[in-house]
Design a protein around this ligand. Structure first.
Ligand SMILES: *[C@@H]1O[C@H](CO)[C@@H](O)[C@H](O)[C@H]1NC(C)=O
Length: 247
């Protein structure tokens, strides 16, 4: 969703946590949508530090550059291992193609601090879905900037924590029912019910199988919030019960 400010925070790890920036499903199954698993090493002492940011790609405007500088300073102090992005990576309409100069103008040329030259684990937000999603997911972007890792849903596994990245945009009815003047790139997520039910099933299984001390679920839309967008009712209905069943 569009919000006119940036934020970031850090978690210094030493439950289940929902990390989000934002302020009707049936049941079938065939293909796997949570199949990407990335191993992320921890520090020698077994700890892990990282930053989380969402709603950022503004070619430096809206104070994006100032936030990037502060992230660089905090990132240095914490000696971060990676950065998580909760989506809306490129305003207003995602990336147009793999050659879109916005990728560098909003990412590579902004997060230039030494401490931020780590892996970035990105999920998509609704604004990313207004562009060419296949381009933003393309591994070719890693050749332009080696930090970039973006998938719809995936797992990052560290020794003490396992991160479950969830593609939340296709859950939200209004993007389908009232897209207004926007065009969403739904390639790869249709038929929608099949995609969502498979995602929920895969997530439930992966969370259940995980033996990590910390299980951290990351997505773009907030499940519950006092922010002006309000709760995301589709996630309260379909995702929250899965998280609660593990507590
Ligand atoms: C950038 O930050 C300054 C200082 O906090 C604020 O006054 C200004 O409105 C911000 N600019 C934008 C475009 O958000």
């Amino acid at each position: 969703m569009m919000i006119s400010y940036f934020f970031f925070f850090f978690i210094n790890l030493s439950l289940i946590l929902w990390v989000a920036c934002f302020s009707s499903v049936c049941f079938v199954s065939v293909f796997s949508v949570l199949d990407e698993r990335i191993e992320q090493p921890v520090k020698d002492d077994g700890s892990l530090s990282f930053l989380v940011i969402g709603d950022w790609g503004r070619k430096g405007a809206y104070n994006q550059s100032q936030v990037a500088i502060q992230m660089g300073i905090v990132g240095e102090k914490l000696d971060i291992d990676f950065v998580i992005s909760t989506g809306d990576n490129f305003y207003d309409n995602g990336l147009a193609s793999i050659d879109d100069p916005v990728f560098q103008a909003s990412f590579s040329k902004i997060y230039t601090a030494n401490s931020l030259q780590k892996q970035w684990y990105n999920v998509l937000g609704n604004h990313d879905y207004r562009g060419n999603v296949e381009a933003q997911l393309s591994p070719i972007l890693q050749k332009i900037d080696h930090r970039w890792i973006c998938h719809r849903s995936f797992i990052v596994d560290t020794e003490i924590a396992e991160f479950f990245f969830v593609d939340t945009t296709p859950f939200v009815d209004k993007y389908f029912l009232e897209p207004e003047e926007h065009t969403y790139d739904w390639r790869g997520v249709l038929p929608r019910n099949k995609y969502l039910s498979k995602l929920l099933k895969d997530l439930e299984m992966a969370l259940g199988d995980s033996t990590a001390k910390w299980k951290i679920v990351v997505g773009h839309h907030t499940i519950r919030t006092i922010g002006h967008h309000g709760d995301t009712k589709e996630l309260v209905r379909h995702l929250l019960p899965i998280l609660e069943s593990l507590v």
